[in-house]
Design a protein around this ligand. Structure first.
Ligand code: GKR
Ligand code: MG
Length: 424
């Protein structure tokens, strides 16, 4: 059966984001995404990707060229994307903490944005849930971890109302944040974003979490903001408490040295973000766990290839996230459901999203018992709510943010903030 693409829409949206601290600076009051709709007659396939200007420009340029492709022709999709990208001016470097916005990832993340929508269409046309198309679910309940952030009580912009999470700049406040998030969603593991406050506070926060939640797997992620010495010192205290040490130092060589000297399992979404990086990491034994992310690894099928590589080289596999909504969450969940060796709970920023900002029917996708359930509804299992989408698009039109800039945002609080790395 031949089913052709009849139309493609890319809608930029923005949603509220709390003042979350990270190694680069602080989140702006709004996060950007793009919502992709691929039509084939009566059928509609959905995708969600980055909304930063360079990616958005590329997605928008590619969209009209996809009409006429057959929904199963993913090689054709890649060919058309390459042709359209070749016509665009070369993109400038993007924010480091949003790996998908790096120019070198443009092909991979454009392909992914449309591939998910094509696969959603294929699954709907076959009357199958997406996980069935990806090889079948090995788990129906996909575990996610509680993703904790140090944060300020409110954004510096006076017109932005405070969020419901409150301030978190001490170990006690981080434990309170974890309790609230676990009460709300039932998470069975915890990730702490670090590289932002002095390391003593961050280490003390892991110690406090370990006391407050005995037995719960813990991770810490300084996003490469620690010097080798800081990471080595911290390893002595953190080692016995964490399941993995995520990007404590920058670079493949730094990670390799840290692993040699500590023996701790190191995870990354910074030094291995492509198959080239994977090869280089294997040569040096830089990382023991790769955090996959279909948005910049080149789609759901490419991420399954990554899973095979991890299996082949005996590496662990986990899943990274950036600020996202429910379409991305469901793509992540179907992929994780169909990936046997994804052996750690996935990351997600979803708890930081407010229900009113979601664009799918029914509002936020449920996370219960720490898991997202993948069912038997054909495709991704979520539908677009047109009124919600229009609201999120209106928000995008109202604000002036067009590319994520955590560093620039931090300089509004502290004009002398250098952004120099390693930070500690
Ligand atoms: O949202 O601030 C953030 C995170 O730091 C994000 O940008 C990272 O890409 O979550 C990510 C990570 O695991 O490094
Ligand atoms: Mg990370």
């Amino acid at each position: 059966m031949t089913i052709k693409i009849t139309g493609v829409r890319v809608t930029p949206i923005a949603f509220r984001d709390p003042p979350l601290l990270n190694a680069a600076g602080i989140h702006e009051p709004y996060a950007l995404r793009s919502i992709i709709e691929v039509e084939a007659g009566e059928l509609l396939g959905l995708g969600e990707s980055y909304g930063d200007a360079p990616v958005l420009a590329a997605l928008t340029a590619i969209a009209p060229a996809l009409a006429g492709l057959e929904i199963h022709d993913l090689n054709g999709l890649e060919r058309v994307i390459k042709e359209e990208l070749a016509k665009l001016p070369a993109a400038k470097a993007g924010a480091e903490l949003a790996p998908g916005s790096q120019p070198s990832r443009l092909l991979a993340n454009c392909f992914s944005a449309f591939e998910v929508a094509f696969l959603d269409l294929q699954a709907k046309a076959a009357g199958l849930p997406l996980h069935a198309l990806l090889g079948g679910a090995v788990r129906r309940e996909v575990p996610f971890s509680a993703y904790l952030f140090f944060k300020y009580e409110r954004h510096i912009e006076p017109e932005e109302a405070p969020d419901e999470w409150g301030e978190a700049i001490t170990p006690e406040q981080i434990v309170a944040q974890a309790k609230r998030m676990i009460d709300m969603y039932g998470f069975g593991s915890i990730k702490l974003k670090a590289g932002t406050l002095p390391p003593e506070v961050e280490i003390a926060s892991i110690e406090a979490l370990s006391k407050a939640f005995p037995g719960l797997p813990l991770r810490i992620d300084p996003n490469g903001a620690w010097s080798m010495q800081t990471a080595l010192d911290a390893a002595q205290k953190l080692g016995p408490l964490i399941e993995y040490y995520e990007d404590p130092v920058a670079g493949l060589d730094g990670m390799a040295q840290l692993h040699r000297e500590t023996g701790l399992p190191l995870a990354t979404n910074m030094v291995v973000i492509s198959f080239d990086g994977f090869r280089e990491s294997i040569k040096r034994n830089s990382v023991q766990i790769v955090l996959s992310d279909h948005h910049y690894w080149g789609g759901l099928r490419a991420t399954q290839h990554l899973a095979t590589m991890c299996n082949t080289f005996n590496l662990g596999l986990s899943m990274h996230s950036n600020s996202h909504l429910g379409i991305s969450l469901m793509a992540m969940a179907h992929l994780a459901a169909a990936t046997p060796n994804l052996s750690y709970a996935c990351d997600t920023h979803y708890p930081w999203v407010e229900d009113a900002d979601e664009v799918v029917v029914g509002g936020k996708v449920a996370i219960s018992g720490g898991c997202v359930r993948v069912g038997d509804t054909p495709g991704l299992g979520v539908e677009l709510d047109r009124a919600r989408l229009a609201r999120a698009h209106a928000t995008f039109n109202r604000i002036s943010i067009r590319t994520r800039d955590d560093l620039g945002q931090m300089r509004k609080y502290d004009p002398d903030f250098s952004g120099k790395q390693p930070r500690y």
